[in-house]
Design a protein around this ligand. Structure first.
Ligand SMILES: [Zn+2]
Length: 187
């Protein structure tokens, strides 16, 4: 891995005051948004970029709500959001929009990805262990509904998985059902 690390800067937000530091892995510029002091096992959210959900308030998925839930909790308890720049489950924004267009025609998220020649989920998490090690974090409380993330993290101890509980809306009901039934999410 070729990784460049930025300096640390302050980031006041509507959820509280955080510090941010960027980790550039090849072309991908990830961001760690953190709140100190860290407990012995801090609260960690590994969040993959979803421009439409995180920034535009899209109701097609639950990403934006999960991100805000995480920031709110972490601002109170300390810990970090590791924001990974792997848009659209790592197929990129252009492919994600094409997948959405297929979903407009009735395909679900998994079928749409397959039709475009991708796996249902192309995300990777190698950088996460690097970042946790960099911060000298040996154990964490992991804020996630995704068992794949629990499997993907081996270098640090996951003391406990904490669920993110969010209500479905009429637009993302189907999406959440596919996540649960076909992708093993713990909803
Ligand atoms: Zn999303």
């Amino acid at each position: 891995m070729n990784i460049k690390i930025s300096n640390i800067a302050n980031l006041p937000t509507e959820f509280g005051d955080f510090k941010i530091q960027s980790f550039k892995e090849d072309e991908k510029e990830h961001l760690v948004i953190f709140k100190e002091p860290f407990a012995d096992a801090p609260l960690v959210r590994i969040h993959s970029e979803c421009l439409t959900g995180d920034a535009l308030g899209s109701l097609k998925c639950d990403c934006g709500e999960q991100l805000r839930y995480a920031l709110k909790n972490i601002s109170q308890k300390g810990g970090m959001v590791i924001y990974l720049r792997q848009e659209g489950r790592n197929i990129g924004l252009l492919n994600k929009v094409n997948a959405y267009a297929l979903q407009d025609k009735g395909l679900d998220t998994v079928e749409a990805n397959h039709q475009l020649g991708f796996e249902a989920d192309m995300r990777t998490y190698e950088i996460v262990e690097y970042i946790l090690e960099y911060f000298n974090i040996k154990k964490i409380y992991l804020l996630t509904n995704n068992p794949k993330k629990i499997e993907a993290i081996n270098g640090v101890e996951i003391v406990k998985r904490l669920p993110i509980v969010i209500k479905a809306n009429t637009h993302n009901e189907g999406y959440l059902k596919v996540k649960k039934d076909q992708m093993g999410h713990l909803l």
